[in-house]
Design a protein around this ligand. Sequence first.
Ligand SMILES: [Zn+2]
Length: 121
Amino acid sequence: MFDIILQETRALTVAEKRRLVEAIRALIADGLAGGGAAGEPACCPRCGSPGVTRKGHGADGRQRWRCKSCGRTFSARTGSVVATSKLPVSTWADYAEGTSRASRSGSSRGGATCAPGPPGS
Ligand SMILES: [Zn+2]
């Protein structure tokens, strides 16, 4: 699948490749946010109960859900890394991309001084 996509990508113009990169970045951002807007959650992120029902939309326009078991509401972001962040998801996508690139190359942008030391040091 990946090889086929890569092969097809070679035939694209530079402008089309840029559009493709933007589309993929959006998909990555969506993945970080805990899935797309259309996806129905399989279970409650708070208690794990499979009984969930639609509960209107949040201030950000995203679908909200209510758990039939614990009664709490949640969105697709709830329980994800970006749930409590005020930064846009695209910023987190950039961060994730930069972090994985840095770890692959074996270097980081001054990250060594930020690394936590052993407990009690
Ligand atoms: Zn629940």
